[in-house]
Design a protein around this ligand. Structure first.
Ligand code: X5A
Ligand code: ZN
Length: 647
């Protein structure tokens, strides 16, 4: 069993005489035994809680906490939120000795694996949160952190899902309210900062005004796990529980400290003041942390510590953290340490965040405030435009720093830029006519290859070079950044062909079949740019110079593309076919790919299909992940699939 338990102490007054808070920690090695049945890798792995525990020990903070071993949940407590059937099914898993029977049960749930120790771990995880919450409610401890697994917040009354078997936090909340009325806990605030929506917890307290459930999560209009509308901000609870369920559904990935703290300052904190909880339970998943492979967000340990600190102003600091998700071992260990240091109140929080929230963040926050202001008057004020107009600046172009030839490249850029200026001058006096006309027309450029990564695409507009690129781009004559960016999927087949490219070296580049196929979906990042800029992108994509006297796509060609769907260009080149994918806000969506004839040659093998190079894949994955379209896992699988399926 644990090296925990024995190191328990009550040394919460520090040697400097300052009184510190009595912080409980639960850790029990037994919960590491829950694992995949055949030793396959899985992000929800035993090392998650081990690395957290080791970090707290190495930092010397666990020694200053009251350490508790795990304790098993009682059936009757689990049944406060789960059905009898669900509790006995999970209990039976340990006695069903055959793996195949457990595998069959697991396969009937969504994202669940089971082994012979899963049941024991699940009972310990739930029981440990109950025990810790009880001690905090009684006042024996001031606050605490239960380092438990399997996680809990996806588990529904009659269903395990999303790596969760029992809803640990929900069981603890119901236990305090229903089984221990003498403790005087009448109102509980549950905060769920796991990157996923706490669908299970929401269900369990849907009609219950004693529990205010607040979940902030990546939602992407229902596309992010757990998919659907449950995590929408319109889901406010029902009956007596109406207004006591608050969802903050991010529309995109990459959210960081600024976004989370904005949700705290403009939603959670004002509501918490009005609700005035007797205790706070925190579904503390660390999968919104920077570096998490599933979350794609960017919260730093500093961000977590500020969020936690702000919550400690309520319920006289009675707060219980329970681990939920979090899959980057280093990130979860550091974030956990930052949180425990806040619980101990041993030193001021160090750090800073410089960015502003995303535009989409303000949109979400305003929508939530509007919807919830019917129940929480403090949300009724309109946010000042000074506040919501603070935006994160466009990321600067990243130059390769690991490359030994950096200096040559720098020279190269200077060289090309200066030539560009001369040409600019020349263009101004001689052949500006097409540029002037086309600069007045907007198009959406739909990218499906490396241009999905914004810094890479910006090289075609502003000039420059990013990690992995072999050459410097001169950019467009008009260096204005895209006016708008959005993501969409189109029913075209993505594939990779050609032996190598000038930009990425050996390996295929991305094409789409210009013909639609309703069985296929290609993710595309759409940039709203001028038709002049689109021509400069086309020039560069096809290896041509940007100082041409005539455009590849003029106003007549644009009309033709809109009418016919696609038009091959005189330039030839790999991307010698301009395709119109439709319209958005009355602006045509254009992309560039090969011709239908070339697709036939790819099919017959006359032109080879080729998987993309590593640098190219990495750039596409970065685009999909940083653009908030897919998780890293999903992005890799998506590209892998396109690169390996026969045409
Ligand atoms: C607890 C948690 C995530 C499930 C993701 C399934 N679950 N694809 O983070
Ligand atoms: Zn999660």
């Amino acid at each position: 069993m644990a090296m925990a338990g024995e190191s328990s102490n009550n040394n919460y007054g520090d040697c400097d005489g300052k009184s510190h808070r009595k912080v409980g920690l639960v850790y029990d090695e037994t919960m590491c035994k829950h694992d995949t049945p055949n030793g396959e890798d899985h992000p929800e792995c035993p090392d998650r809680i081990r690395v957290i525990w080791e970090k707290l020990q190495l930092a010397g903070v666990s020694q200053r906490c009251v350490v508790l071993g795990g304790s098993k949940a009682e059936d009757k407590h689990l049944q406060l939120v789960h059905t009898k059937d669900h509790v006995s099914l999970v209990k039976s898993l340990s006695t069903k000795k055959k793996d195949y029977r457990r595998n069959r049960i697991a396969s009937q749930w969504n994202s669940i694996y089971l082994n012979g120790s899963s049941s024991e771990a699940a009972f310990l995880a739930a029981g440990s949160v109950v025990e810790l919450a009880e001690k905090v409610a009684e006042g024996e401890l001031d606050c605490g952190y239960a380092i438990v697994r399997p996680p809990g917040h996806h588990a529904e009354p009659d269903e395990a899902m999303g790596f969760c078997l029992f809803n640990n936090v929900a069981v603890a909340a119901s236990y305090l309210l229903d089984e221990r009325p003498e403790l005087g806990v009448k109102k509980i605030l549950i905060v769920d900062w796991d990157v996923h929506h706490g669908n299970g917890t929401q269900k369990m307290f849907w009609k219950d005004p004693r529990v205010l459930f607040f979940s902030v999560h990546r939602h992407e209009h229902g596309g992010f796990y757990p998919a659907g509308d449950d995590g929408d901000y319109n889901m406010v609870g029902e009956g007596p529980g109406e207004g006591f369920n608050i969802n903050v559904p991010w529309e995109q990935g990459r959210c960081g400290d600024a976004d989370y703290l904005a949700a705290w300052d403009h939603i959670l904190i004002p509501v918490a003041k009005e609700f005035n909880p007797d205790i706070i339970l925190l579904s503390a998943g660390f999968d919104a942390a920077i570096g998490d492979p599933l979350g794609g967000c960017r919260v730093t340990p500093y961000g977590y510590s500020v969020m936690l600190k702000k919550l400690m102003d309520f319920a006289q600091g009675k707060i219980v953290l329970a681990l939920e998700g979090g899959y980057n071992l280093d990130s979860i260990a550091k974030s956990s340490l930052a949180c425990v240091q806040v619980l101990l109140e041993d030193k001021p929080i160090q750090g800073s965040s410089e960015a502003y929230p995303f535009e989409s963040t303000w949109r979400v926050i305003q929508a939530v405030r509007k919807k919830l202001s019917a129940y929480w008057p403090s949300l009724a004020d309109v946010l000042s435009s000074n506040l919501i107009n603070q935006k994160t600046p466009t990321p600067i172009i990243v130059f390769s720093s690991s490359d030994s030839e950096t200096e040559d490249y720098a020279d190269d850029i200077l060289d090309q830029m200066s030539r560009l200026n001369i040409e600019n001058h020349h263009v101004d006096t001689v052949s500006t006519s097409w540029r002037r006309d086309l600069s007045k027309v907007d198009v959406w450029y739909a990218s499906f290859g490396s241009n999905m990564w914004k810094p890479r695409f910006l090289c075609y507009i502003q000039g420059g070079q990013v990690e992995g690129m072999k050459k410097v781009c001169v950019g467009s004559m008009d260096k204005t950044p895209p006016k708008q960016i959005m993501w969409e999927s189109f029913p075209h087949r993505l594939f990779f062909g050609r032996e190598s490219s000038v930009t990425w070296g050996v390996g295929g580049v991305a094409f789409i079949n210009p013909l639609t196929d309703l069985n296929d979906q290609t993710h595309m990042c759409l940039y709203r740019i001028t038709l002049e800029q689109f021509n400069d992108v086309l020039f560069q994509e096809n290896g041509l110079k940007v100082d041409s006297d005539s455009p590849l796509v003029d106003l007549d060609t644009l009309q033709l593309v809109e009418k016919k769907g696609s038009v091959p260009l005189a330039s030839g080149g790999w991307y010698g076919n301009v395709v119109c994918l439709g319209k958005e806000c009355d602006v045509p969506i254009l992309t560039m790919t090969c011709t239908v004839a070339a697709v036939e040659k790819f099919k017959s093998g006359e032109i080879p299909l080729r998987p993309p190079s590593e640098a190219y894949v990495n750039t596409m994955v970065r685009g999909l992940v940083e653009g908030g379209r897919l998780s890293e896992e999903e992005a890799k699988a998506y590209i892998d699939n396109a690169a390996s399926k026969p045409l």
